[in-house]
Design a protein around this ligand. Structure first.
Ligand SMILES: *Cc1c(COP(=O)(O)O)cnc(C)c1O
Length: 411
C-alpha cells in the first residue's frame, strides 16, 4: 500500500467516526490497528509508544501473553452463563482476588462506574441494616475534584461542570469536601454518614497525591464515626503506583476497595467491590446483580491478572521505572513544565500555560511517536504500560522535551 493510500485510510476512518459516532470524546487523530506490549501501530504502519495505557486498563501491556493465553483457553470453553448458574472460574476468581486484596468477599461487576454504583448501594444498605441510620437518610462524603465514572448518580457528586451540567436532576445523599482537608471531612461526617468515598490518589484530577497524614486521618475518622472508608482504586490500583493498592503507600486499610480497569487485563471490562463479609454480606439474592458481572471470560482474565500481581514483579517494575521516569521529568521542570506529581509509574505533568495546553503537547507528542492524554487542560498524564523498558521511557521524556521546545519556538 502506498503512503498516500495509507494516509487516506486514516482520514477515512476518522471521517466515519466523526459522522457516525457520538462526539463524546475528542480523540487525537490516530487510528490504531494493533498493539504489542507498550507499543501500538496505526493503520498507516506508524508505531507509537503508548503512554496512556487506556487510563491504566492496559497496565500489563497490549496482548500480554499470559492474559491472552487465559482468554483464548476460556474462549474455547464457555464465555457466558449468567449468575443464575455457577461456573468453574467464578469461585476461584473471587477467592483469589479477595486474597490479593486481603478481604473476605468480592462482588464482581463490569465497568468501574458499576463498581462505584454497587459500593454506594452496599454502603447505604449497610448503613440502614448495620449502623442503624434512619431509612432514606444515608449520606456519603466525597472529595472535590473526584472522578468516579459517568452514571447519573456518580456525576451527581462530580464538581466538573462538563461531566455534570445538563444531566440533572441529581441523586441526593452526597456531601463534597475539599480533597486533602481532614478538618473539612471531620465537619462533614455525622450520624447519617455511611461512607467516605475517595480516590487515594486522584487520577483524572491530574495524579493528585494526598498530603501526608490525610488518608490516615480519613481512616481514623471513618473508624471513630462508624462509616465505611471506600477507596476507589480503579485507576490507582493493581500495581500502577508501585504497590498492589495505592493505599499501601499511606499505611491505611480501607473497608471497601473498588477495582476495575487493569483487572480486565486490557481484554474485557472487569470490575469488583472487595470487602469483608460484615459489609458485602448485607446483599441478599435479588437485591443487586449484573447479567455479565463475573462471567467466565471475565473471571478467567481476572484470574490471570491476579496471578501476574501475586509475584510482586509488576509492582516492583512500576516502582523502579517510576523513579527513572521521575528523574527524566525533573529535568523538564522550568523547560515548559511547572510541576510534576508522581507515584510509581504514574505522573501528572503540569504544562506552563504560556507555552500551550496539554492538548497542544499531546498533538506534538503524537507527531514524535508518543501517545499521551491531557487532563483538565493544562496537565499531561503519563501512565505507560508497566512492561515498558527504561530506554523507552527515555524516548518518551526526550519526545516531551522536543515537544516543549517546539512550543517555545512557536510562541
Ligand atoms: C475510570 C475510573 C472510573 C470509571 O470506570 P469506567 O470503567 O470508565 O466506568 C471510576 N473511578 C476511577 C477512579 C476511575 O479512574
Amino acid at each position: 500500500m502506498s503512503l498516500l493510500a495509507e494516509t487516506h485510510d486514516t482520514v477515512d476512518h476518522l471521517r466515519l467516526a466523526d459522522e457516525h459516532a457520538a462526539h463524546n470524546y475528542a480523540p487525537l487523530p490516530v487510528v490504531i490497528a494493533d498493539g504489542d506490549g507498550a507499543w501500538v501501530t496505526d493503520v498507516a504502519g506508524r508505531r507509537y509508544l503508548d503512554c496512556l495505557a487506556a487510563y491504566s486498563a492496559v497496565n500489563f501491556g497490549h496482548r500480554n501473553e499470559r492474559i491472552m493465553a487465559a482468554a483464548r483457553t476460556q474462549l474455547d470453553r464457555v464465555t457466558l452463563v449468567s449468575r443464575a448458574f455457577a461456573h468453574d472460574q467464578f469461585g476461584p476468581f473471587c477467592a483469589e482476588l479477595a486474597a490479593l486484596v486481603g478481604k473476605d468477599m468480592v462482588l464482581p461487576m463490569n465497568t468501574g462506574a458499576e463498581a462505584v454504583e454497587s459500593a454506594i448501594k452496599v454502603a447505604r444498605k449497610w448503613g440502614y441494616q448495620v449502623k442503624g441510620v434512619p431509612d432514606g437518610q444515608a449520606t456519603i462524603v466525597v472529595a472535590g475534584g473526584n472522578f468516579h465514572g459517568r452514571t447519573t448518580t456518580v456525576i451527581s457528586f462530580s464538581d466538573d461542570p462538563e461531566a455534570r451540567d445538563g444531566f440533572g436532576p441529581y441523586t441526593p445523599g452526597f456531601r463534597t469536601v475539599p480533597y486533602g482537608d481532614a478538618t473539612a471531612l471531620a465537619e462533614a461526617i455525622d450520624d447519617t454518614t455511611v461512607a467516605v468515598l475517595l480516590e487515594p490518589v486522584q487520577g483524572e484530577a491530574g495524579v493528585i497525591v494526598p498530603p501526608p497524614g490525610y488518608l490516615q486521618a480519613v481512616r481514623d475518622l471513618c473508624t471513630r464515626h462508624d462509616a465505611l472508608f471506600v477507596a476507589d482504586e480503579i485507576q490507582s490500583g493493581l500495581a500502577r503506583t508501585g504497590r498492589t493498592l495505592a493505599c499501601e503507600h499511606f499505611g491505611v486499610v480501607p473497608d471497601v476497595v473498588l477495582l476495575g480497569k487493569a483487572l480486565g487485563g486490557g481484554v474485557v471490562p472487569v470490575s469488583a467491590v472487595v470487602a469483608d463479609a460484615d459489609v458485602l454480606g448485607v446483599l441478599g439474592p435479588g437485591q443487586h446483580g449484573s447479567t455479565f458481572g463475573g462471567n467466565p471470560l471475565a473471571c478467567a482474565v481476572g484470574r490471570a491478572v491476579v496471578g501476574l500481581l501475586a509475584t510482586g514483579e509488576y509492582q516492583e517494575r512500576a516502582h523502579q521505572l517510576g523513579e527513572h521516569l521521575g528523574d527524566g521529568l525533573a529535568g523538564l521542570v522550568g523547560r515548559g513544565v511547572t510541576t510534576v506529581r508522581r507515584l510509581g509509574l504514574w505522573a501528572g505533568v503540569d504544562i506552563d500555560p504560556a507555552l500551550g495546553t496539554g492538548r497542544d503537547v499531546c498533538e506534538r507528542l503524537l507527531a514524535h511517536g508518543v501517545l499521551a492524554k491531557d487532563t483538565h487542560g493544562a496537565t499531561l498524564r503519563l501512565a505507560p504500560p508497566l512492561v515498558v523498558e527504561r530506554d523507552e521511557l527515555d524516548l518518551a521524556v526526550r519526545a516531551l522535551g522536543t515537544a516543549l521546545d517546539e512550543l517555545t519556538t512557536a510562541r
